[in-house]
Design a protein around this ligand. Structure first.
Ligand code: NAP
Length: 201
């Protein structure tokens, strides 16, 4: 841990399912920002996505994230939003993490699409006060401009054109998942019969 308290990254998402793009982002931001740990925080109810599609059960999504990061130094699956229940607001998550340890320095990690929506978040001003925002830029994409009143640190990570939407469709169609998801996540999908997968013993 660094001298001034833990440098803690918070990378939140629906993770339905968590893929190599998420993992490459988490490890590279951890390295570039010299973070002690990055928590992959599994949303309980992503309030801005409700009603847009059916979202997998939070426990299934947590199981996939836990499988994805097991044994990876500095990455951890967090169930903080699942255990709190209800709608998932980042401001509440940051408050809990600071209450646990006020010496922590918090870094909220976001892709550029998610970052432009920051002003629409619940109690966005609290998020801005409690954490440094780190926005991930993928090479070849246009740099996102912070909304008025916001600033952020940009970190470039390798661009992997992987999307959870495509991966769910791949399971339905029986197309390959290899190298897009970790073997442990593929196994979890099969064991739990997620996205219509055949359940395996
Ligand atoms: P998401 O769709 O599950 O995505 C999770 C993160 O992964 C996003 O930052 C996304 O960036 C990134 N990502 C997706 N595909 C990627 C790839 N191929 N390579 C690298 N990164 C990739 O989650 P979300 O709905 O955008 O929400 C992100 C966080 O914001 C969550 O923690 C959520 O709780 C929080 N949020 C909070 C509020 C609130 O507090 N009121 C409101 C909305 C969101 P891109 O979006 O740029 O792809």
């Amino acid at each position: 841990m660094s001298d001034g308290g833990e440098r803690l990254g918070i990378f939140g998402g629906t993770f339905d399912p968590p893929h190599v793009g998420h993992l490459v982002t988490a490890v590279n931001v951890r390295h570039e920002m010299r973070l002690d740990r990055v928590l992959l925080v599994v949303n309980h109810q992503p309030w801005q996505k409700l009603g847009t599609r059916e979202i997998s059960d939070a426990e299934d999504r947590y199981a996939m994230v836990a499988a994805a990061v097991e044994g990876v130094e500095g990455l951890e699956a967090s169930r903080i939003e699942i255990d709190r229940g209800g709608l998932s607001y980042t401001a509440d998550t940051l408050r809990t993490l600071l209450d646990e340890d006020p010496t922590r320095e918090l870094f909220v990690i976001l892709g550029s699409d998610a970052a432009v929506g920051l002003p629409t978040w619940e109690r966005a001003d609290e998020v801005r006060e409690m954490a440094t925002i780190v926005v991930v830029e993928r090479p070849g994409t246009r740099e996102a401009t912070p909304p008025p009143g916001w600033s952020w640190i940009q970190v470039e990570v390798p661009r992997l054109e992987v999307s959870s939407t495509d991966l769910r469709a791949r399971v339905v169609d029986g197309r390959p998942l290899d190298y897009l998801l970790t073997p442990e996540v593929i196994e979890t999908i099969r064991q739990r019969g997620l996205y219509g997968a055949q359940v395996t013993a």
